[in-house]
Design a protein around this ligand. Structure first.
Ligand code: ADP
Ligand code: ADP
Length: 226
């Protein structure tokens, strides 16, 4: 089985927009995979379908062999998601947000506290733990979303444009964090429209344009062609 497998995945929105024209791709366990493409290519649609926020029109999506459907609990347990946009409740603190998330997945309270300390420290947020999340800077909110996504120890972490609008120093530290996480066995998929980011981090790359996968190859192979 693969970490992620998309078969003949199609999406037509109710507006009539055909966002995906039959995507076939798989991502191996342990891989670090980039989905690269310009705005409007269909990247967020793919992520929306994997995260059950968008209904697919046709095709199949499997995460570690489990089908993704509106209520597939198994597939969801394997998955950690870092969306591009998020709204925090006005009163929630950083620590509450990650601990609550762990609770949704049945992580015992004590273990949740241990994980919260670990990830918030690694992501340089531990000293912000008692701040309300809405008061954090954009870069801190993004790191908080990464910590939150990791609280149930997902086997596959998917990030939608994780470093968009983030300054270069912070971008580098996020890259380092993700590389370490991948080295410890977590499969990672991210979307980006920077080739440079994909090149820095990823072993495999899929290039999507106009709802079609126009390239799917190792980074090495792609770079040798440029
Ligand atoms: P689904 O079929 O997955 O339920 P819909 O086609 O109903 O999705 O669209 C979801 C929402 O996104 C709608 O409220 C729609 O107005 C909004 N929307 C429409 N066009 C766009 C667009 N180009 N980008 C983002 N959102 C859009
Ligand atoms: P990307 O993430 O690569 O920028 P998207 O998946 O957001 O691309 O968009 C793919 C296409 O689907 C675009 O033409 C976009 O306008 C359209 N689209 C995205 N979301 C919706 C929606 N909710 N309703 C209607 N059209 C949408």
């Amino acid at each position: 089985t693969y970490a992620l497998e998309l078969s003949q995945l199609k999406k037509t929105y109710s507006t009539g927009t055909k966002a995906l024209h039959g995507i076939n791709l798989h991502v191996n366990k342990g891989d670090f995979y980039a989905l690269l493409g310009p705005n409007g290519a269909g990247k967020s649609t793919i992520i929306g379908i994997i995260s059950s926020l968008v209904n697919k029109t046709e095709g199949k999506v499997q995460v570690f062999g489990d089908d993704i459907d509106k209520n597939s609990i198994h597939a969801k347990r394997h998955l950690g998601l870092v969306p591009q946009e998020f709204n925090f409740a006005s009163f929630e603190t950083v620590l509450q947000i990650v601990v609550t998330q762990a609770g949704y997945y049945g992580v015992p309270r004590k273990e949740a506290q241990i994980r919260a300390k670990k990830y918030l420290t690694q992501l340089d947020l531990w000293n912000k733990r008692n701040e309300t999340a809405i008061r954090l800077s954009g870069g801190m909110k993004r790191r908080l979303m990464i910590a939150r996504a990791l609280m149930h120890h997902p086997k596959l972490l998917i990030l939608d444009e994780p470093t968009a609008g983030v300054d270069i120093e912070l971008r580098r530290s996020m890259w380092f964090f993700l590389q370490e996480l991948n080295a410890q066995g977590t499969t990672i998929i991210l979307t980006t429209h920077y080739l440079e980011e994909a090149e820095m981090l990823c072993r495999h790359i899929g290039i999507i344009q106009g709802g079609k996968l126009i390239e799917n190859t190792s980074m090495k192979n792609l770079l040798s062609k440029l």
